[in-house]
Design a protein around this ligand. Structure first.
Ligand SMILES: *Cc1c(COP(=O)(O)O)cnc(C)c1O
Length: 364
């Protein structure tokens, strides 16, 4: 059995340090906004060379609180990609703002920046680019459009901790970067967790207040906020893994290179890396017309695969019935039919990659 992600292998490699870190939290008994949350915030800020990082309960809340801190309100429009996890657009709708979906470039699966300007109206307030599968979105044109129309840019970095665009780490280019520490992400806890990073002091302060019931000073409330704090035990676990994140991402890149060398089927489209980008392969996603045949062949050999994502957001029932105008975004619709993500994690070994490639080469 080869799973999409094998969290047990990583745990066994780090068991001593992680068990000790959890044990320390239990002895310390400062469970809410304790010393590990503050330390992780400092370490993640330093990793990105930014002044502020604020831990929150999960990646979805990171996006939600970032939108609120950027002043997004009911009736505003926020432009984002249609080819992403629901959370990216869900948070826009939760604030009674309108997600406006843009098609993707089929090579990187990220937002096609040449399609953004035509979506801008007087109501547009922000853009949420997603660094999908660990490949940075094309941030330069996004930042140019944002500057021209005075829009906020909130980077959804949930799948891309440590990825780089023209030398800059993702999350440091827009106004806010949002991370998820969901167990299967590149940097992850053993439960839910999230974080925002920013160079903007006002945004950081606002998110600190929002995550703690709208309160800056205990029992004095200036906003309607949330209970959305990063858990102390998760922070302790993530701190252990943060020390190795660059090696984990490098192992993923090496695994991706091994896949690319081993997969020879001429009908398989392999992932590409745009110039100036450093990919962190949260997913290793190929494209094939006979995607379902490939998935079946892999399953017969006890090899997992997954379709991220079978339905682009502009076609999701929830958005169609909540007033989004039906549009055709043909690149994303085609990719949804053809993409297949293969097992990818730092500890995946060469023998497994060869086995997976063999199955694919036989079918294609
Ligand atoms: C995982 C993910 C999120 C949400 O993160 P959670 O921690 O699960 O709330 C948001 N956006 C993208 C692109 C994701 O992959």
């Amino acid at each position: 059995m080869i799973p999409m992600v094998d969290l047990k292998r990583q745990y066994h490699n780090l068991k001593k340090e992680i068990d000790a870190a959890i044990g320390d939290v239990l002895e310390e008994t400062r469970f809410i906004l304790g010393p590990n949350v503050s330390a992780l915030e400092e370490e993640v800020a330093a990793y990105h060379d930014l002044p502020y990082a604020v831990g929150v309960a999960n990646g979805t809340d990171a996006l939600l609180l970032a939108l609120r801190a950027c002043g997004i309100e009911a009736g505003d429009e926020v432009i984002t990609t249609t080819f992403t996890f629901i959370a990216t657009a869900e948070v826009i709708a939760l604030l009674k703002a309108m997600p406006v979906f843009v098609d993707i470039c089929p090579d990187t699966y990220n937002m096609d920046c040449s399609k953004i300007a035509e979506k801008i109206t007087a109501k547009t307030k922000a853009i949420i680019p997603v660094h999908l599968f660990g490949h940075p979105a094309d941030m330069q044109p996004i930042m140019e459009i944002a500057a021209k129309f005075n829009l906020k840019v909130i980077e959804d970095c949930a799948q891309a901790f440590g990825a780089k665009y023209n030398g800059a780490k993702v999350g440091t280019i827009g106004d806010v970067g949002c991370f998820s520490f969901f167990p299967s992400k590149n940097l992850a806890g053993y439960g839910d967790g999230g974080m925002i990073i920013t160079k903007n002091e006002e945004i950081a302060q606002k998110i600190k207040i929002l995550r703690n019931h709208g309160s800056g000073k205990r029992y004095y409330h200036q906003e309607i906020g949330y209970n959305s704090r990063l858990d102390e035990i998760q922070a302790a676990i993530i701190r252990v893994k943060l020390r190795q994140i660059d090696q984990f991402n490098e192992s993923r890149r090496q695994n991706a290179a091994a896949y690319c060398a081993a997969i020879t089927g001429k009908d398989i489209i392999l992932p590409v890396v745009a110039s100036g980008c450093e990919h962190v392969y949260h997913q290793f996603t190929v494209r094939a017309k006979n995607r379902d045949v490939l998935a079946d062949a892999l399953q017969k050999k006890d090899i997992a695969s997954a379709v991220y994502y079978p339905v682009p957001l502009h076609q999701q029932e929830v958005f169609l019935k909540s007033g989004n105008i039906p549009v055709q975004l043909p690149q994303s619709e085609r990719c949804a039919q053809e993409v297949l993500s293969l097992p990818m994690f730092p500890e995946l070994n060469r023998e497994e990659i060869r086995l997976i490639a063999d199955v694919i080469n036989h079918v294609s």
